[in-house]
Structure formats: structure tokens, C-alpha cells
Design a protein around this ligand. Structure first.
Ligand code: AR6
Length: 175
């Protein structure tokens, strides 16, 4: 499913964030220390190789809502933007921190003249953010940030499960 807002394409798909060769940049649902881990961070670091963790070391730690950029090493992309999402029920206010993740990642991408970027559903795995709420926050933030972007032309959400994809599709249709 896709939708265009002010000439920027928002695309929803299911799949693995570490296998998105058609986007310049992928976003990592990182931990504060920018190390490998489970879920998205594990998949990205495994595919990128140890050089990614090495490049990340001097950039850590990051706080909830922050985003930093690195190269993509052995991944089929140019850059990785690492965002730290809020832990649901602990880092508050959750919605504002999640909004900051998407907004800061998009602004950083634009600053680096990135044209296409793929996001996983930040915070909705190990960090426990309910998917429906997260879908609303992320898509609304993407829509609200688009008018501030000059270079980004395609924003893709890569959902790991078909159920999550359906939830995001419902929210995109009413955006
Ligand atoms: N591609 C796309 N989505 C994925 C993939 C993948 N390869 N793997 C999982 N997901 P999570 P968080 C989905 O836990 O909640 C890590 O251990 C997953 O089903 O990766 O922000 C870090 O080290 C869920 O919907 O990120 C941190 O400590 C979503 O991606 C912590 O987990 C996010 O799940 C970050 O937790």
C-alpha cells in the first residue's frame, strides 16, 4: 500500500529491514549503546558485520528520541540511522519520545541528502509499545514532518508481521 503526501511517497510493506536494497537508508530500532541485540538491531548488525558496531561506539550512548547516522557496511544501503525508541511504561511521555525518533531520523536523513529511507516499527518489539498506538504516532509524525523535507522522496515502513502490516494499512488509510 502507498500514499503520496506533498510529492513524498509513503509505502507500507512486510519484510526484513536488513533486506531493503531499494532504499538509500535503513533505520535501526537501536539500544542506547548502539550495540547489536535482538530484533531489528540484531538483524542489522548481523548483516552489516562488525564494522558497524565499531563505527557506532564513539556515538553512544544516545537518549530516547535521538537519532545518529553511520555507514551501512555490508548492508545493501548507504547509511543506517540509529534511533532509540521509548520503553513503553518507563520512558515518558512515550508518544512524544516516539515522535522525536521519527522526526529526528527524517530531519537527519534530509540533512544528508538522502532520498529514500526505510523504518521498522520502532519500540513495538522488546520495548513493548502497542502497535496500533505506535502506528498512529509514527504515520502522523511522518505526515507532519514531510513539509520540512527537501531531499527525502520515499519513506517506507517495513513491518515484520502481516498483522502489523494490516494495522499500519488501516492507519495510513485514515491519515
Ligand atoms: N525487520 C523488520 N522488523 C523487525 C525485524 C526485522 N528483521 N525484527 C523484528 N522486527 P525490536 P524495539 C519488528 O524489538 O521494540 C533490541 O534488542 C518487531 O517484530 O527490534 O525498539 C535492541 O537491542 C517489532 O515489531 O525494537 C533494543 O534493546 C519491531 O520490529 C530493543 O530491542 C521492533 O522490535 C529495541 O526494542
Amino acid at each position: 500500500m502507498e500514499k503520496s503526501i506533498s510529492g513524498v511517497k509513503i509505502e507500507l510493506t512486510s519484510g526484513d529491514i536488513a533486506s531493503q536494497p531499494d532504499t538509500d537508508t535503513i533505520v535501526n530500532a537501536a539500544n542506547a549503546w548502539l550495540r547489536t541485540g535482538g530484533g531489528v538491531a540484531g538483524a542489522i548488525h548481523r548483516a552489516a558485520g562488525p564494522g558497524l558496531e565499531e563505527e557506532c561506539r564513539p556515538l553512544a550512548p544516545i537518549k530516547p528520541g535521538e537519532a545518529v547516522i553511520t555507514g551501512a557496511h555490508n548492508l545493501p544501503n548507504i547509511h543506517v540511522i540509529h534511533c532509540l525508541g521509548p520503553v513503553y511504561g518507563r520512558d515518558k511521555p512515550e508518544a512524544e519520545l516516539l515522535r522525536n525518533c521519527y522526526r529526528n531520523a527524517l530531519k537527519l536523513a534530509d540533512k544528508h541528502k538522502i532520498e529514500s529511507i526505510a523504518f521498522p516499527s520502532v519500540s513495538t518489539g522488546a520495548f513493548g509499545y502497542p502497535v496500533e498506538e505506535a502506528a498512529k504516532v509514527s504515520l502522523k509524525t511522518i505526515k507532519a514532518t514531510i513539509p520540512e523535507l527537501g531531499n527525502v522522496k520515499k519513506i517506507k515502513m517495513v513491518l515484520f508481521s502481516k498483522t502489523d502490516l494490516e494495522i499500519f494499512k488501516r492507519q495510513l488509510s485514515v491519515l
